[in-house]
Design a protein around this ligand. Sequence first.
Ligand SMILES: CC(C)=CCC/C(C)=C/CC/C(C)=C/CC/C(C)=C/CC/C(C)=C/CC/C(C)=C/CC/C(C)=C/COP(=O)(O)OP(=O)(O)O
Ligand SMILES: O=P(O)(O)OC[C@@H](O)CO
Ligand SMILES: [Mg+2]
Length: 224
Amino acid sequence: MLSNVKHIFKLDPNKEISDENLQRVCESGTDLILVGGTDGVTEDNVLDLLARVRRYSVPLALEVTNVDSVTAGFDHYFVPSVFNTDDINYRDGILAQALESHFPVIDFEEISLFPYIILNEDSKAFKKSNAYLPDEKRLTSILHMMDKLYKFPYIYIEYSGKLGSIDKVKEISNTLENSKMIYGGGIRNAEEAGEYSEVADIVVVGNAIYDDLKQALKTVARSK
Ligand SMILES: CC(C)=CCC/C(C)=C/CC/C(C)=C/CC/C(C)=C/CC/C(C)=C/CC/C(C)=C/CC/C(C)=C/COP(=O)(O)OP(=O)(O)O
Ligand SMILES: O=P(O)(O)OC[C@@H](O)CO
Ligand SMILES: [Mg+2]
């Protein structure tokens, strides 16, 4: 699903977007529209975005953050799992529960794990998953576990809402041997997209869609 993806626009079902702006996002040349957010995600607002984005040919995936909002009709489903938390619910506890009820209807070809390290302690995702900020030694050991032991195809380095330190993101990228890096957080313009896509395999742009769409659209070309 992610093999030729360099740029992702993440749409939050809990935020309003006009038809005109949605058209610009869908026709921007982005490689994937990912629908997801930490809170206020419901079956209704997910269905609304699904129906509106489906008018366009862009690939569309759902990042599942609660079981009730899972809706058929997406090209793919990504299930987040947070690795810098000791709260097992956000590693695989909720997932195990969800599989109890959804197992009979799941086509596992359509589902992939999004293994996260969340490094912005002010973000909602960090707070919700009871994440901790790892020191350098712990961050390296978590990365080794994910990259060299689990050999995840992708690791999502999440700074949701703010730009991560480029030096730190480079350090993380240099540590990885098996996993590709998805970077998300604070990318707002072409220059930032260019800088972070030189380090990460995939960049994700979210909030800028809602705050300054004109600049957000310019991130697409610079990520390729
Ligand atoms: C019929 C059919 C289509 C079947 C498909 C079956 C299917 C896909 C079933 C899946 C069921 C399932 C396995 C559910 C699991 C649910 C699960 C694991 C929930 C855990 C979610 C989780 C770990 C939440 C923690 C927070 C987090 C990591 C969220 C990720 C998204 C994110 C980082 C959003 C950005 O948030 P933020 O910027 O902080 O806040 P805003 O939303 O304001 O932007
Ligand atoms: O909203 P921003 O800060 O662009 O972050 C994108 C994405 O990584 C959020 O999950
Ligand atoms: Mg967001």
